[in-house]
Design a protein around this ligand. Structure first.
Ligand SMILES: [Zn+2]
Length: 248
């Protein structure tokens, strides 16, 4: 393989490495998650600092290193500068980036996840209700990653669900009252209304998010429910979920 390559990516995180350098974590379009050294980017007036700003979509020229590859140059394709000046939207972007950093695999392309992240960051930057974007993101990310729960019938007996059902995290779906009877463990009750909302958000075209109207209390309860469900599936805590308290 040649000594250089180029990637299209969204910057998930950029942290200082030693005195002058930075270490950027990216979700690339074609190579999955990638960590790159950016030499000199921590110095004032570094040109490379501009292409490693969190949440921007960038194209980077990369050199191959022995342990880590590094950024040689690049350009910003879409700057989400507005995002960085809006505290609520910024908090949500951190939460999305953290979830993506758990779902993305190094060296394994996941274009649907990449496009979902890009779409949601743009929606936040365009002023779509933050609560709606995060709930939409978690629901779609769970679909893209293959653990979207079964909500249209009982996941255990395939029977019809009543108004009240129980979303059992371990079963990966809703249980009817009969099946939920002897089930203990992680989960929460889920009404027919909430199941319908999840189904709608699983299908809605992102371009319609700006006009999408939904009751904020219902979105808030969905956020808690789906964040807990996601953490169960990931087997880890989403640290930046405390940013979500700002959405009250
Ligand atoms: Zn059942």
């Amino acid at each position: 393989m040649s000594g250089e390559y180029s990637v299209e990516a969204v910057v998930l995180e950029s942290r200082k490495l030693g005195e002058n350098d930075r270490l950027a974590t990216l979700l690339t379009r074609r190579h999955g998650k990638l960590r790159l050294v950016v030499r000199g980017a921590a110095k004032p007036r570094s040109k490379l600092a501009a292409v490693t700003q969190p949440f921007d979509c960038v194209r980077l020229d990369v050199w191959r290193g022995r342990t880590l590859d590094g950024v040689k140059g690049g350009e910003v394709l879409h700057s989400l500068r507005r995002l960085r000046s809006e505290p609520k939207a910024l908090g949500c972007a951190y939460c999305l980036a953290e979830i993506v950093s758990y779902l993305g695999q190094e060296g394994e392309a996941d274009e649907p996840l990449y496009l979902l992240l890009l779409t949601c960051l743009r929606a936040l930057s365009a002023g779509v209700l933050e609560l709606l974007v995060v709930v939409f993101f978690i629901i779609r990310a769970s679909r893209v990653s293959g653990f979207y729960p079964v909500l249209d019938q009982c996941v255990r007996c395939a029977g019809e669900l009543e108004d009240e059902s129980y979303l059992c995290f371990g079963h990966g779906g809703a249980l009817c009252r009969l099946c939920a009877g002897d089930v203990r463990g992680d989960g929460a009750s889920m009404t027919a209304c909430e199941r319908e909302l999840a189904g709608n958000l699983a299908r809605v075209h992102p371009r319609n998010l700006l006009e999408y109207e939904e009751d904020e209390d219902r979105l808030r309860s969905m956020l808690g429910l789906f964040l807990n469900y996601l953490e169960y599936q990931l087997e880890r805590r989403v640290n930046s979920r405390y940013f979500m308290d700002m959405l009250e």
